[in-house]
Structures are given as structure tokens and as C-alpha cells.
Design a protein around this ligand. Structure first.
Ligand code: MRU
Length: 370
């Protein structure tokens, strides 16, 4: 099977001086490619959401650490400089654990290798390795999730399987395939009839701007809905399964994802619609036990709630949708407790959202108690 749309980040062969990304703030209206040439560029791309989605910001940060090593070697105080830049990268967005995970992976390589002129090359290779590993993990999530869709298709005698998704946990949020979209792409390529309900996902509209764009490019049948429509569709038997992504999973199976995910899980539970969270193991935070109280939730600028961007007369414009003086509160994520999750679709298989199941599935990567 082939990844349905081009990658979101890449390095041109023989040109390691810069990394290229698609500027996701402009999609679907404009496809602009930006070059990242420094740690600062990577920090800015993550903070301003030129790149977004937990795995993709992790990989961008891994390349940021490569640039950090180049920049630190030019400083008298090189090691302190490298450590500081690692901290800046980690601080760009607080909820998605893949970011800290990727920076820590690079710091681990630095500690083993030492601080010398070969370090940038070693960190570059490691960033490329993490990028390929992410693509492979998502492909595998797709294979395991496919079985869930095929099961429903059999129960419906080949009828269309209606899937609801929130935000963009698609190819654009990772390197290839996506997490929540990976099973959908695999099913579609295998000829299973699927149709996707795409939540618009206010305030930044990642569903409308990115998921709808991706599914359109991949020719997967889909329909855009407002965020509040999902409950009604579930009550009327129009949703067979929900697939969402994840920004940080506690070891007990609580899942932080784009704000609004929790409400979809409540509606799914009330209507006995299976609710699956799809994630690679780089999204598991083994240090967190209670997701609701322990996961830091990103608070973003109130402007994103008050103004709506879109295409107007051939230009991307922003319009005010409330009185200018209205106060707004903009939280980026919420946490769905494990009890509302039917299962987790990971690169190693599908498991229950519980500490026991996660520990069994990821036995060798689970940190040992001291
Ligand atoms: O704020 P964003 O666009 O970075 O949020 C993205 C999500 O919430 C995704 O669902 C999540 O990162 C999973 S990506 C495979």
C-alpha cells in the first residue's frame, strides 16, 4: 500500500543544511513549502503551528536539536548552549509529549556520543531514523485499525462503514499515513467502503482545513460537520466507529487530544459507538498516572477563538465573530478518561486503555520501577 499524500517534512537528498515543511497554516488554500535552517526556525515553526500534530512536532524538534548542535559548536559555552536550546524547543508546546520525547532522544545520543564536531551529523542521522520509524509505526497502526473496520464492514454485509474523527490526526500530523486516518486509508485502498464524518474542530479548524483536504486528495468519501453534530449522528445510527489521535497518553490509558475529543467520547459511550484512540508508542507518557489532573493543557491566544480565518476573494483573511471586547478562553486540548475508550490502536496492536494492557504490550519499553 502507498501513503496517500506527500510527506509533511523532508530533507532533500544531499542537502542537509535545511529541512523542508509544508506551512500548514495556509492549507488547503495555498501549498507553501518553508525551509527550516536553525533551531530558532524549528521553534517558531512549532510555536506558530506551521507544523502541528504530536508526532510531527516531535520530528521537527529532533531536527531542531541537529541545528542546535551546529550552533552550540560555534559557542564558547557549547554544552550549556545545547542544553538551553533543548529547553527552548521543549517549551514551544506543552501538551504533546512527542516533543519532549524527541528532544530527550537526541540528548541521549549527545550524552553517549560526546560534544564534538561529529555530533551534528550523528543527530541528523538520528532525526532521520526517528522520522522513518514514525512512518513505519503509523503504517502498522493502519494495519491493526484496518481489522476493526473490516469487522464492521462484515457485520454490515459490505455496507459503508461510517467513521467519525476529530481534528487532524492525519498524514499531515505525522510523517506518513496519520494515526486516526491510517486505518481509514488502509481500508479505502483495500476497497472497503468507508465514509468519514470530519469534525471542523474549532477554533483552528484542523478538521475543515487539513483532514478534509487530505481525505479529498486521497479520494476518501467524507463529509464536513460542525463540532456539535457528532452526538446527533451517533443517536441516529450514522456513526459506526470513532477514531481519534492523541497528544499524550497516561500509562493508565487516559488520552489528551484536541479539545472536544472528550465530548465525542461521552456521546459515543451513551450510544454504544466504539471509540478508539490511535497512537504510536512515542505518545505514551509512562510518568503520568492520572491524565485529567497531571497532563498540562496548552492555553493559546484568545484571538484564535474571536477571529476566524478563511479564504475571501482569493486571499486568506480573518474575520471577527464576536464583539471585539468579549473575553475568550482558548484551551487546546482535553483529556478523555480511559473508562470511555474502547481500545487503543498502537503499532504493536490493539489493547485496552489500561495500565495492565499497556505494560503487557510494551513490556520492553516500560520504565522499570526503581
Ligand atoms: O493543535 P494540534 O493541531 O497540534 O493538535 C493535533 C491533535 O490534537 C491531533 O489529534 C494529535 O496531535 C494526534 S496527531 C497524530
Amino acid at each position: 500500500m502507498k501513503n496517500p499524500i506527500p510527506r509533511s517534512i523532508w530533507v532533500e537528498k544531499g542537502q542537509p543544511d535545511f529541512v523542508q515543511i509544508i506551512d500548514q497554516r495556509l492549507l488547503p488554500h495555498e501549498k507553501r513549502v518553508n525551509d527550516l535552517k536553525s533551531t530558532r526556525d524549528c521553534e517558531r515553526a512549532i510555536a506558530d503551528m506551521e507544523v502541528r500534530g504530536a508526532p510531527l512536532i516531535g520530528i521537527t524538534a529532533a531536527f531542531g536539536m541537529y541545528f542546535a548542535a551546529i550552533e552550540a559548536l560555534r559557542h564558547d559555552d557549547g554544552i550549556t548552549c545545547l542544553e538551553k536550546k533543548a529547553g527552548f524547543l521543549k517549551a514551544t508546546r506543552p501538551t504533546a509529549v512527542n516533543l519532549a520525547w524527541a528532544v530527550d532522544q537526541q540528548m541521549e545520543v549527545y550524552r553517549k556520543h560526546g560534544f564534538n564536531e561529529k555530533l551534528p551529523g550523528v543527530l541528523f542521522e538520528n532525526a532521520c531514523r526517528l522520522m522513518e520509524e514514525d512512518a513505519e509505526m503509523c503504517r502498522s497502526i493502519g494495519q491493526f485499525g484496518l481489522a476493526l473496520i473490516e469487522q464492521i464492514a462484515r457485520e454490515k454485509n459490505g455496507g459503508t462503514v461510517n467513521i467519525l474523527t476529530h481534528c487532524n490526526a492525519g498524514s499531515l500530523a505525522v510523517i506518513e499515513w496519520g494515526t486516526a486516518t491510517a486505518p481509514i486509508y488502509h481500508a479505502h485502498q483495500k476497497g472497503v467502503n468507508v465514509h468519514v464524518w470530519v469534525d471542523e474542530t474549532r477554533p483552528r479548524n484542523q478538521g475543515a482545513n487539513l483532514t478534509a483536504y487530505e481525505l479529498g486528495e486521497a479520494k476518501v468519501p467524507h463529509t464536513l460537520i460542525v463540532d456539535n453534530a457528532g452526538g446527533h449522528l451517533m443517536q441516529h445510527g450514522q456513526v459506526d466507529i470513532v477514531f481519534v489521535g492523541c497528544d499524550r497518553l497516561s500509562r493508565t490509558g487516559d488520552a489528551a487530544n484536541k479539545v472536544g475529543t472528550y465530548l465525542k467520547a461521552l456521546a459515543a459511550g451513551d450510544n454504544e459507538v466504539p471509540f478508539y484512540v490511535c497512537l504510536p508508542s512515542s505518545t505514551i507518557d509512562w510518568g503520568v498516572s492520572d491524565g485529567v489532573s497531571e497532563i498540562e493543557i496548552e492555553e493559546r491566544n484568545e484571538r484564535e477563538v474571536k477571529y476566524m480565518p478563511g479564504m475571501l476573494n482569493g486571499r486568506i483573511e480573518e474575520v471577527l465573530i464576536c464583539p471585539e471586547t468579549t473575553p475568550a478562553y482558548n484551551i487546546g486540548f482535553d483529556v478523555t478518561p480511559a473508562r470511555l475508550i474502547t481500545g487503543l490502536v498502537t503499532e504493536k496492536g490493539v489493547c485496552e486503555a489500561s495500565e495492565d494492557s499497556l505494560t503487557r504490550l510494551f513490556a520492553e519499553s516500560t520504565p522499570k520501577a526503581s
